[in-house]
Design a protein. Structure first.
Ligand SMILES: [Zn+2]
Length: 625
């Protein structure tokens, strides 16, 4: 066995040695070497091998066994096997040269190329979501089904798409628009169709002035590799929050790349009059993205006052992301400092690759146009739709889900609206004698700016009821996003959802246990953590807005794809997950039938006075940028 394997190896070694000796003898230097050979020069030592050749022959004659051993050693020393047959390149220069043009394409062609390449290497296998643990045949809540939930969601998507078709640049079920009102009206009719009797639609003006963009345009006017007169217009720039505006027709200026816009990247630079390409990292989401800190740093003018900023999001497979550059907690007006817009990951990659090719003679020149205006509440009617379903105790569980949202708004917040509708349909069929606590299915508008909305007029209207009979706020938000398998080259949906984060404002042991049991029963991925800060519409039930001694709870997941077009374009939200979650919410509601408010306060801790948006935790996170 050893001999058989050893002999060819030995023969090969001899051939190599002979070649090496021959080269050495005629005094040739192994020149005109390929890059590969140059890289491996250290492993080929012709002169030394030549000197050892005579001795080797003697050893061979002495014993075949020794010869074999030598051949094996020689193979290792002389580089018979170590050529890495899979190395993409073996010198820095070769690697850089090979890759320079591999991905240098306008975003549309880039997408085609990467899709085709992925299809060559992988294929979908039709995986289904991990099922609930509770046997569906024994589940009293099994009439809540994925199909019902996805149908509701599709109606919400249809309304959003209509807004785009009708020319809205900032499209979706945007607060204070006719599309939000159509949503509220549709929900009103649905609630009535479930047989619910106490259904309301309360219109009110948007409580905060709203930004309405009318032009968001970005085009390359000249760049390396462009012919004279050639231009390129980006398809989907979006400025979703208030911005300084440009003159009509836009501003034209040289573009420069400022990376993440950290101070380290900006030191010594003069950005005066430039339009900046700024990488916006969604760490952990567009809600708390790195461009917030960086935009303000740029707008101070400490590095020269730029003419504008283009934020390039890092969200894969998302053409548009409604991300902010201002301060969290409602500090959007910071965005009035400089005109700004945002572009998707693929679009920004193209722009950066153009900037990679810049020379002093050939810069990248872009034109940026941002037009829009602030509109008052009177111009932007919003509203709430809700159904009140009484129970035996006289106390109520309020289930708020905001109906407004950016783009398709399935992740934020259509899937959770669908879940709330399914709960309303489900409980409408259960007689009052079997329901301990009342339920309020609240579908509020006016949420996104600043983030607490329709719950405020709702509480104002029902102040006394909320003071005396509010058992719990159970708030579902941003639910059902699939956790993608992401290996960079290969990306796919997986059979689990992104783990959820649990809110229980007073850390009630009973409530935490209840959510944990619901998660176990229905197979819901969640983090091993409870957080205590009301940060969305539930904030209205707590100081500084209202002092109701309220307890808010609920699951949420924000993450990478928040406020992006990924949720529908890439099927990011999975309704088998929403099915499990809707049943889990019903389980929580049913279990709450056995408890009173005192039980929920037992073992609880006070809610922090300071908003999370002004916390040290958030300052640390943003201070990293
Ligand atoms: Zn939301």
């Amino acid at each position: 066995m050893h001999l058989i394997m050893g002999c060819p190896m030995f023969a090969l070694t001899l051939i190599r040695i002979s070649k090496a000796v021959a080269l050495d003898r005629v005094g040739e230097k192994p020149c005109h070497k390929s890059e590969f050979e140059q890289a491996h020069r250290g492993k080929i030592v012709p002169a030394a091998v030549g000197r050892g050749f005579g001795f080797m022959k003697k050893v061979m004659r002495a014993t075949r066994w020794l010869a074999l051993s030598f051949s094996l050693v020689a193979a290792a020393v002389l580089g018979d096997s170590p050529e890495n047959k899979q190395a993409l390149a073996t010198t820095p220069a070769a690697l850089v040269e090979m890759l320079t043009d591999a991905a240098f394409l306008p975003p549309e062609q880039y997408l085609e190329k990467i899709e085709a390449a992925r299809q060559q290497h992988s294929a979908a296998i039709g995986l289904t979501q991990l099922p609930q643990y509770l046997d569906a045949d024994k589940d009293p809540r099994a009439s809540i089904k994925a199909r019902e939930l996805s149908d509701y969601s599709q109606t919400l998507v249809d309304i959003a798409q209509r807004s785009r078709d009708e020319g809205e640049i900032l499209w979706g079920r945007i607060q204070g628009t006719v599309y939000e009102r159509q949503t509220l009206e549709w929900i009103y009719r649905e609630l009535q169709s479930f047989g619910l009797e106490d259904v309301h639609y309360d219109p009110f003006p948007s409580q905060y002035p709203q930004w309405r963009p009318t032009t968001c345009a970005l085009s390359v006017r000249s760049a390396p590799t462009f012919e004279a007169g050639q231009t390129y217009s980006f398809k989907d720039p979006i400025t979703a929050f208030v911005s300084a505006t440009t003159p009509i027709g836009g501003i034209e200026a040289q573009m420069v790349y400022v990376g993440d816009g950290t101070a380290a990247e900006l030191q010594g630079r003069d950005l005066t009059g430039k339009i900046l390409l700024l990488r916006g990292r969604t760490e952990p989401s567009a809600l708390l993205n790195t461009a917030r800190t960086a935009y303000s740093r740029l707008a101070t003018g400490n590095y020269g006052m730029p003419a504008g900023v283009v934020v390039w999001w890092d969200v894969p497979n998302a053409k548009q992301v409604a991300g902010r550059v201002g301060a969290p907690g409602g500090g959007d007006s910071i965005g009035e400092a400089l005109p700004w817009t945002t572009i998707g990951n693929d679009a920004g990659l193209y722009l950066r690759k153009l900037l990679d090719r810049v020379t002093p003679e050939q810069p990248v020149v872009v034109r940026l146009e941002v037009q829009g205006q602030m509109e008052s509440g009177e111009q932007r009617m919003s509203g709430n739709t809700y159904a009140m379903l009484p129970g035996q105790s006289g106390d109520y569980i309020v289930i708020p889900t905001h109906v407004d949202g950016y783009f398709y708004g399935v992740h934020d917040n259509g899937a959770s609206v669908a879940l709330n509708l399914a709960l309303a349909r489900y409980y409408a069929q259960i007689p009052i004698s079997e329901r301990q606590h009342g339920l309020i299915f609240l579908f509020q508008g006016d949420h996104e700016v600043p983030g607490v909305g329709g719950t405020l007029p709702f509480i104002a209207k029902y102040q006394k009821l909320m003071e005396q009979n509010l058992l719990l706020v159970l708030r579902p938000e941003h639910l059902g996003m699939n956790r993608p398998m992401d290996e960079g080259l290969l990306v796919a949906k997986s059979n689990i959802a992104d783990p959820l984060m649990l809110l229980v404002t007073n850390r009630s042991p009973l409530l935490i246990d209840l959510f944990k049991r619901a998660a176990s029963r229905y197979g819901i991925a969640m983090g091993d953590l409870v957080y205590i800060d009301p940060a969305a519409d539930e904030a209205a039930f707590h100081p500084p807005y209202n002092d109701l001694n309220a307890i808010s709870s609920g699951w949420i997941q924000t993450g990478k794809f928040y406020h992006s077009t990924f949720d529908f374009d890439s099927g990011g939200v999975d309704f088998d997950q929403i099915e499990k979650l809707a049943r889990a919410h019903a389980f929580i509601i049913d279990e709450l039938g056995q408890v009173a408010k005192a039980d929920l306060h037992r073992g609880g801790r006070p809610v922090p006075e300071k908003s999370i948006y002004q916390s040290d935790l958030l300052k640390i996170l943003m201070g990293n940028n």
